[in-house]
Design a protein around this ligand. Structure first.
Ligand code: ATP
Length: 375
């Protein structure tokens, strides 16, 4: 078993920066797990604390049944792949891969055999006698992975594993990495600041902010039901629309427009309450003609994204003081309006969310299921 369990894990750097703030997290055995968040949120510190490269200031880390909180890196049975791969430039690919085995005093024949075997699995057999300087970025990444794999660790820790590759190679390496992790089935934690990468690769994602975890969930959960407006704003290639609204009976008022109350917010809100209405640009439909239950506004920008366009409208949000919000909607190819047009955006059923003081207003995990029915 190589689940990773963290309890009240805290890291305060000299000078007082609280990089991890009493953090609790459970990573399941065999899981491909992403630590995601903006620069400075503490994700690298968390990875390095699991590795033992940083000493925790408080709390604990368990790998399987073992409390590793005070163990040095070499005793934790983890392998870390660094952002810059940290290969030895003067050593051949073969010696780089075999290096951790040499440190473990595995005899030469066995380590050469294991290095060759691992290189073969990663398609590196033809490159064993080259040095890192004679390899492409993608090949260097594979050598770094092979070096980590050769020891058969219980846990892989990957720090921004794709950030050194160009955009095209990144996609290839992403698919490769996902397949490799599936085949090996080793618990793997990776750090990324790229939400698309986390969504594409991970079984589950922890979204971090200021040394704390704001949500843990599958890619579908964090994309469809962000637990708070921080996650809502961070996940998605286009940010979630967040618009001020007021509850009016069983409707929501946004300026003069009236929208249906999301199903799972029924019974959870009070008449007249001010909330934030949220819907993703992908879950809105654009109409050039008036529709009931829609927001209307003036088209200000149309951005071509290839097969779709991202259309931004200025939507009046307050009848009294003339306030407006920018609302974005994804529109299919060939159906784009022109700047200056008046348009309507209609939320798809079941795809709107409400936030109160930054947190999701919900009756439970499943939309439409009253809290009482969920036990
Ligand atoms: P990035 O994506 O930029 O790498 P991150 O989320 O990985 O950011 P960390 O590198 O873990 O963030 O840093 C978390 C906080 O701790 C930041 O405020 C950072 O400035 C601070 N920090 C990191 N390393 C040290 C250190 N050695 N000494 C003091 N403060 C540090």
């Amino acid at each position: 078993m190589s689940a990773i369990t963290m309890r009240e894990l805290t890291k305060v750097y000299p000078g007082g920066v609280r990089a991890l703030d009493a953090l609790d997290l459970d990573i399941v055995d065999g899981e491909f797990f992403a630590l995601l968040g903006p620069s400075g949120c503490g994700k690298t510190t968390l990875l390095r604390t699991i590795a033992g490269l940083e000493v925790a200031s408080g709390g604990s880390v368990h790998i399987g049944e073992r409390n590793v909180t005070n163990l040095p890196p070499g005793k934790r049975d983890v392998a870390m792949v660094f952002q810059d791969y940290a290969l030895f430039p003067h050593m051949t690919v073969q010696d780089n891969i075999a290096y951790p085995l040499r440190i473990k005093k595995v005899d030469r024949r066995e380590r050469t055999g294991k290095a060759a075997e691992t290189a073969d699995e990663l398609g590196l057999s033809a490159l064993l006698q080259r040095r890192p300087g004679q390899l492409s970025g993608g090949q260097q990444q594979r050598v770094a992975l092979a070096r980590a794999m050769a020891c058969h660790p219980q846990v892989f820790l990957l720090d921004e594993p794709l950030s050194n590759l160009d955009a095209r190679l990144r996609l290839e390496a992403r698919t490769f990495l996902k397949r490799l992790q599936r085949e090996l089935g080793v618990t793997t934690v990776f750090v990324t600041h790229d939400q698309a990468e986390a969504l594409a690769l991970a079984d589950r994602i922890a979204v971090m902010e200021g040394g704390r975890i704001r949500q843990v969930g599958t890619p579908t959960e964090v994309f469809r039901r962000p637990a708070n407006t921080f996650v809502a704003g961070f996940i998605g290639s286009t940010p979630m629309n967040l618009v001020g609204t007021r509850v009016r009976g069983d409707e929501l008022a946004v300026g003069a427009a009236r929208l249906p109350l999301p199903d799972d917010a029924r019974g959870q809100v009070t008449d007249g309450e001010r909330l934030v209405y949220a819907v993703r640009p992908e879950y809105l439909d654009y109409s050039p003609t008036q529709v009931a239950g829609a927001l209307s506004g003036q088209v200000v920008v149309v951005e071509n994204l290839g097969s779709v366009s991202l259309v931004s409208l200025d939507v009046p949000t307050d009848d009294t003081d003339g306030g407006a919000s920018s609302v974005q909607v994804v529109v299919a190819e060939g159906r784009e309006p022109d700047p200056g047009d008046t348009g309507w955006v209609v939320p798809r059923p079941g795809r709107s969310l409400l936030y109160r003081d930054g947190d999701l207003v919900t009756a439970g995990a499943e939309a439409g299921v009253p809290a009482a029915a969920q036990g």
